[in-house]
Design a protein around this ligand. Structure first.
Ligand code: NDP
Ligand code: 2IT
Length: 444
């Protein structure tokens, strides 16, 4: 059996009931086959792949908190410190009822390669809880966040592990967690990113993932003789990533005609009204039915459906495995020619293969959504030098990073004989730097 197949079998056997983690590992290892085969002896001797797929440390803890009725609630807390070969662990905290260890491991594993692709010194990690922030009062959110940080604070720090936002964790949650960290540890340091501007946050971090997705998409289209201006775009999700993807797509002259949430989706043929979307989602924390009620041109549909809308470019920005083979077929049949992932692993493997085989330009999340964590690393730099940069300065660095990421993965795909396969390019380019650092640091 080849080394890649052996390690994949080991992962499935040793990590039962973690399908998302298996999926993420399989995609990466398949892409690396050619690189691994060229260095098989040394990698096998050093058990490089076994070490790569095994987290350095996995923290699981109890998070008890009291709800508004006086009832004690108990959630599971997670932090997976996956790989610190190129820098302190870095990655978000997901708060969603679906969270389990396998999901956090898939996200942490993806984060290793994503963070490497940014070119910045950050290792891979991820955390979160099965806590559901929906419908909770501000006091309940604070109670949960304080309890979560009361345990997590022991394992993190500005130079060891720097968490940030993800699904369900935004500025409000980061604020409560930062306050509790400072209170317990007695240090004022950049231990979290995505902070508010009044206490060490970076300008443009809120916008960064969505903006970065569009900067990379624009470059990918340009290098393939196409222009984002004038194109019709479908977006899923209506959270942090989706909102700012929508805003930047419009600034670049595209028309975004859909957004979605976990209950339904909106088709707005006149183009999504970003100011209204922000009011509904960021201020009122309401459902998309409220958007549709306030916007005469918008049609609301229950359930799933954005991928059936005719478009040129599709940007999945909600969650994992939200775009399956049937969706991919509908996109191709409707003439979609580019898909870039704003979310982490939103496209199933079968859907990805179908899109690639049908000539759709496909950029995986670990490259396309890297603008968020890259700007988090810029926030860490600003915190270290105790200065803050202007919006324009951060935004222009972000744009450079995204353009460089695209060229790095494009070059890697070409170098290894897989021109145009941006999945392989991203995995190879991300892997090589981490593998080099792991090798140089010996068996740890
Ligand atoms: P938010 O919590 O701000 O928004 C999430 C959006 O996705 C909401 O519209 C939500 O709908 C929808 N959604 C979440 N879970 C599901 C589900 N199971 N089924 C259908 N819809 C769902 O999160 P973000 O925008 O921050 O994150 C979106 C994606 O982008 C995630 O995959 C995240 O890992 C990834 N990402 C985020 C980065 C960041 O900086 N925030 C950086 C890089 C990647 P509802 O409100 O109804 O739950
Ligand atoms: O998936 C991701 O890259 C994030 N949720 C952002 C992580 C970060 O540290 O900013």
């Amino acid at each position: 059996m080849s080394y890649v197949d052996e390690v994949y079998s080991m992962v499935v056997e040793k990590n039962p009931a973690q399908p998302e983690f298996h999926q993420a590992v399989k995609e990466v290892l398949e892409s690396l086959r050619v690189v691994i085969e060229a260095n098989e002896e040394a990698y096998r001797r050093d058990a490089l792949l076994e070490r790569l797929v095994t987290p350095e440390r996995q923290l699981l803890f109890r998070v008890p908190w009291v709800d508004d009725k006086g009832q004690v609630q108990v959630n599971n807390g997670y932090r997976v410190q996956f790989n610190s070969a190129i820098g302190p662990y870095k990655g978000g905290l997901r708060l969603h009822p679906s969270v389990n260890l396998g999901i956090i491991k898939f996200l942490g594993f993806e984060q290793i390669f994503k963070n490497s692709l940014t070119g910045l010194p950050i290792g891979g990690g991820k955390g979160g809880s099965d806590f559901d922030p929906k419908g909770k009062s501000d006091r309940e959110i604070m109670a949960f966040c304080q309890s979560f940080m009361t345990e997590l604070n022991k394992y993190i720090g500005a130079d060891t592990d720097v968490p940030a936002g993800d699904i369900g964790t935004g500025a409000r949650e980061i604020g409560y967690m930062f306050g509790q960290y400072k209170r317990i540890r007695g240090v004022y340091e950049g231990v979290l990113t995505g902070k508010g501007l009044s206490y060490g946050g970076s300008l443009a971090r809120t916008e960064a993932t969505g903006y970065g997705l569009l900067y990379l998409t624009e470059e990918m289209l340009k290098c393939n003789g196409k222009d984002i201006a004038g194109k019709t775009v479908v977006i899923s999700g209506s959270g942090n990533v989706a909102i700012y993807a929508c805003q930047k797509a419009q600034q670049l002259g595209a028309k975004v005609v859909t957004v979605s949430d976990s209950t339904g989706w909106v088709y707005d043929p006149e183009g999504i009204d970003v100011a209204l979307l922000k009011e509904v989602k960021e201020v009122k924390r309401a459902r998309l039915t409220e958007y549709a009620a306030a916007r005469p041109s918008a049609q609301y549909h229950d359930g799933k459906g954005v991928w059936t809308v005719k478009c040129d470019v599709a940007l999945p920005c909600a969650t994992q495995n939200e775009l399956d083979l049937e969706d991919a077929k509908a996109l191709v049949a409707n003439g979609c020619f580019a898909v870039a992932e704003g979310a982490n692993m939103p496209t199933t493997m079968e859907a990805t293969e179908y899109l690639q085989k049908n000539g759709v330009l496909f950029c995986p999340g670990k490259a396309a959504n890297a603008g968020g964590v890259a700007t988090s690393a810029l926030e860490m730099s600003q915190n270290s030098e105790r200065l803050s940069w202007t919006f324009e300065e951060v935004d222009s660095k972000l744009k450079n990073i995204m353009v460089n990421i695209f060229h790095n993965l494009d070059d890697a795909a070409k170098k290894y004989g897989m021109e145009g396969n941006y999945v392989a390019g991203a995995n190879i380019a991300g892997f090589l730097k981490v593998a080099d650092a792991m090798t140089a640091q010996g068996i740890v």
